[in-house]
Design a protein around this ligand. Structure first.
Ligand code: NAD
Length: 260
């Protein structure tokens, strides 16, 4: 997997992880993987029934809250550190699209933009920025911590069926790349994984009916675990079904102009 370290219990036993959106799909697979490797895992989700059910199945804790709530984040981080003494891994994974479930990818996205714009940005951007900022004081104090943002290839290439989703994923990719140096000075890492198509409920039904190839969420969980324990910082990693295994995306620096 492009130089990423293998996952071993040594990196996770005695460690504490928070996984947002852990009630379904990629987040549920990450919670399961990290828990089996020995980490204490706290699942966060707005869907109480789903989050509690995954937590029971994979031996994790569950907290119901909306990742767009900064006060909720500060409370969650303080309670987690208070109860377990540390916070080592933060998976900022919860995300939504602007398209209603059951809609077709061929439907015109324009009618959904204004009604859903603020909510998509709240979950997909606030949920990342607030989570990272709430965890930072604790991670800085302990001199270590690794944050992983689930972005999307939609944030790098275009995604005409859902422009607001693409906007939100571009934003968090830029955030990860830009904040990484300041976090490094505090002993903290941040990276992002950009999945392609993964077989989870976020996928429009007609994508599934088309028979489009999709990665299992467990492959994303493996990639996320490996990035979390790597020594990379500010890395944008791609894991799309057509070019799995995961690889590091290198942005061109041409915009900086010719070398002086
Ligand atoms: P999913 O719908 O299966 O899971 C998302 C989870 O996030 C759900 O359990 C949902 O209840 C939770 N959630 C939604 N809003 C929340 C909020 N405000 N606070 C807390 N929890 C909230 O989808 P998934 O595919 O597992 O998506 C996980 C991440 O992966 C998302 O950020 C998504 O954008 C990204 N992603 C998914 C794919 C894919 O093909 N499935 C591709 C690229 C990126």
């Amino acid at each position: 997997m492009s130089g990423l370290p293998e996952l071993t219990e040594t990196s996770f036993v005695g460690k504490v992880s928070i996984v947002t959106g852990g009630g379904s799909g990629i987040g549920a697979a990450v919670a399961d993987r990290l828990s089996k490797l020995g980490s204490k895992v706290v699942i966060v989700d707005t869907d109480e029934k789903a989050g509690q059910s995954v937590a029971n199945a994979v031996d994790c804790d569950f907290t119901k809250f909306d990742v767009a709530d900064l006060t909720g984040w500060e409370k969650l981080v303080a309670e987690t550190v208070g109860q377990y003494g540390t916070l080592d891994f933060l998976c900022l994974n919860a995300g939504i699209g602007s398209r209603p479930r059951g809609s077709s990818v061929k439907d015109d996205p324009i009618p959904w933009i204004l009604p859903n714009y603020k909510n998509v940005l709240a979950v997909n951007i606030d949920g990342v920025v607030y989570g990272a900022m709430a965890a930072l004081p604790f991670m800085e104090k302990q001199g270590s911590g690794s944050i992983l943002v689930t972005a999307s290839v939609a944030g790098i290439r275009t995604q005409p069926p859902d422009p607001i989703y693409a906007l939100s994923k571009s934003a968090v990719i830029s955030f990860v790349r830009s904040i990484a140096p300041a976090l490094a000075e505090r002993g903290v890492q941040i990276n992002a994984l950009c999945p392609g198509s993964v077989d989870t409920p976020i996928q429009p039904d007609d994508r599934r009916l088309e028979g489009r190839p999709m990665s299992p969420p467990e492959e994303m969980a493996e990639a996320i675990g490996r990035i979390l324990v790597s020594d990379d910082n500010g890395g944008i990693w791609i894991a799309s079904s057509s070019d799995y295994p995961v690889w590091r995306y290198e942005f061109t620096s041409a915009i900086d102009g010719p070398p002086s």
